[in-house]
Design a protein around this ligand. Structure first.
Ligand code: SF4
Ligand code: FES
Length: 283
């Protein structure tokens, strides 16, 4: 027993009341609270749902914790009915895209550090909401279909694997645009999509660009004419919102500019050819 304990035992025996511990001192002896963040989550069904609201949850945080970790923590410990999507957790599938503090982002690759004591999570803009944070991706994939976002192989490409050199102009042109994982973030950040729901949007046009430049694709000019329309490439105002927000570092704006360039040079060539053939353009 140490000296303090001996003294206190002695005081008890002598009937001397113990001195109360000052309140401040007692508080400082409590275990420190673990760091936490307040998460505000948009709840409810489609826009205009009378039940639409923001619910708040306090979530304990740890090192390297992501927005997706926080959502999983809320769903497992506080609100099992919370709807949101994810799959790979490592930035490969694109399904976890949502708005974090007003900006579109992947939940699985957005760390809580640096976001502040309170974060607000909302579904992606420009998509119909299904429930809480989950949106309906169908309009986005419909537009991929309208742009015919798949390869239509030439006869040659069907017969044998095509050899495209890594340092060829063709490969270099396509390379910066092929890593799209169709997460929809560019589509959600595009103000033109917000105004005109028929506009093909950045991801579909970016995909079309890779195919228009691919020598293995048989559609060539046909595809170019299909996507360079009033509701296609010509609708883009080059605001670069899509390029700024793409987590893969793709520039859909650059791709759309490339489509416009090809359409113009193709048009000029056809115009010149018609003159040389002695016919009025379009006759
Ligand atoms: S271009 Fe980027 S932001 Fe747009 S869908 Fe593809 S990966 Fe997502
Ligand atoms: S869960 Fe797949 S990209 Fe986030």
């Amino acid at each position: 027993m140490n000296d303090d304990a001996q003294l206190s035992e002695g005081a008890k025996e002598a009937g001397v009341p113990e001195e109360p511990v000052p309140e401040k001192e007692a508080q400082s002896q409590e275990a420190p609270k673990p760091p936490s963040v307040r998460v505000r989550i948009r709840r409810g069904g489609a826009a205009g749902d009378p039940d639409e609201r923001f619910d708040e949850f306090q979530v304990e945080t740890g090192p390297r914790m992501t927005v997706l970790d926080a959502l999983v923590a809320v769903q497992s410990a506080q609100e099992p009915a919370l709807s949101f999507r994810y799959s790979c957790r490592v930035g490969m599938c694109g399904t976890c895209a949502l708005k974090v503090n007003g900006r579109p982002a992947w939940a699985c690759r957005t760390r809580l550090e640096g976001l502040g004591d309170e974060i607000t999570l909302e579904p992606l803009a420009n998509f119909p909401v299904l429930s809480d944070l989950a949106v309906d991706m169908s309009p986005f994939f419909e537009k991929m279909k309208r742009a015919r976002g798949w390869l239509e192989p030439t006869g040659l490409a069907e017969k044998a694997p095509a050899l495209i050199a890594p340092n060829s102009r063709e490969r270099k042109r396509i390379e910066p645009h092929i890593e799209c994982i169709t997460c929809g973030i560019c589509y959600a950040s595009c103000s033109i999509v917000g105004h005109d729901s028929d506009y093909l949007g950045p991801a579909a046009l970016n995909r079309a660009y890779t195919l228009v430049n691919d020598s293995r694709d048989a559609l060539g000019l046909e595809r170019l004419l299909e996507v360079c329309t009033e509701e296609g490439a010509w609708r883009c105002h080059s605001q670069y919102n899509c390029t700024e927000s793409c987590p893969k570092g793709i520039s859909p704006t650059g791709a759309i500019k490339g489509l416009k360039r090809r359409a113009v040079t193709g048009g000029v060539k056809r115009f010149a050819a018609s003159i040389f053939r002695g016919r009025a353009p379009g006759a």
